[in-house]
Design a protein. Sequence first.
Length: 417
Amino acid sequence: MAEHALLLPVGNMWRYLACAKSELRLDLTLACGQSFRWRETAEGHWTGVMGGRVWTLSQTDEALRYHVHRSSGGRGEPAGPRERRAGVPLHTEGSSGGSSAGAVNEEEEEEEEEEDDEEEEPVTEDTDEEAEMLRDYFQLNVSLGDLYQQWGAADPHFQRIAASFPGVRVLRQDPTECLFSIICTANNHISRIHGMVDRLCQALGAPLGTLDGTSYHDFPSLSALAGGGVEARLRDLGFGYRAPFLQRSAAQILAADGPRWLEGLRAAPYAEAHEALCALPGVGAKVANCVCLMSLDKAEAVPVDTHVWQIAKRDYGYTAGKAPKSITNKLQRDLGVFFRTLWGPRAGWAQSVRFCAELKKFQPLRETAQLKKEDEDEDEDKKEVTVAREGAKAEGSGNAKGGRNKPARHKKAKTSA
DNA sequence: AACTGACCTTT
DNA sequence: AAGGTCAGT
């Protein structure tokens, strides 16, 4: 029910936010595996759900353009904390093409027609609020240009790719959405993850409306994720062994004061947040680092995956000594310290740029600048990196290994009532 | 404390 | 093999 609330098409009602392309590149930032909620619905146009609303974003050289799709008859309340949804029905097109992309809840489409929310508040304030939502989501208060400068000066390998991959920012995502999306990424393909997150929202998230035949859903709430039968449902949706991780993690968080527990970690030190996350089923060191970096304001967190490990070996000669067969926790800690020493307190941001540049889908971008650049100096700076391992603790709460606070290990708690 | 395989599916 | 995690040694 309410599956087919009609979302208004993008008219000429773009809003603009001053933002240079060197500060933000939508294509790189939205498709590099941080969030799996955005699709390029048209050339240079990215549509997705953020903060309980459906957005379409695009950009010019100097501005970020955005539009929020309003439901024409939506009764689906946004699950967000703010309930004030200034939905103003403009066109009341008879709901036509119910082209069921979901095939799940096929309903006879009823005429969208109920109490049209009488405008109870002036809508003008909403636009400022939405601009602020974007600034927060993209963390536009952080000057990426300055950071690129610093990283490039400190690291010739970063400098080598910087010009080809500008505007790669770390998103500030909702912690719940980030956590449960990232759990899905473990031992998985990016191409597959997109579909999984999509089906997750389709199956358990509140419907927000339909646009161009595609239905959009909010990210599932913790209660929806923790519900009985969720594991089996997700198994059917192709989540494999991750299905119980999602359900059990949700239940565990709910038992620990719900979303406030997660959001509270934003104010906690990196090491503490990392440790707390690792207590959740399906959350190891790498996933915890991703969540810390992309939703909990831990800019120093460096997720070490196979790509970063390859980079470390190839570019920074980080095999000196021993090369574990797999990426161990110790290796992740050591590499975290190493990259924080190299890149500084926002090492996680720099890592995101390097990771992005490593993705196969973005290799064409690399070629372009490579031709311009020189291509002779290759192995130049492969020096000892072991030296850097020493004074790496100089950055406050850098490494996420200290902290012997409280055990709080539930992890394998089966059906702990 | 640090390593080694098994593990759901899909490219 | 894929942007790992878990349990056992």
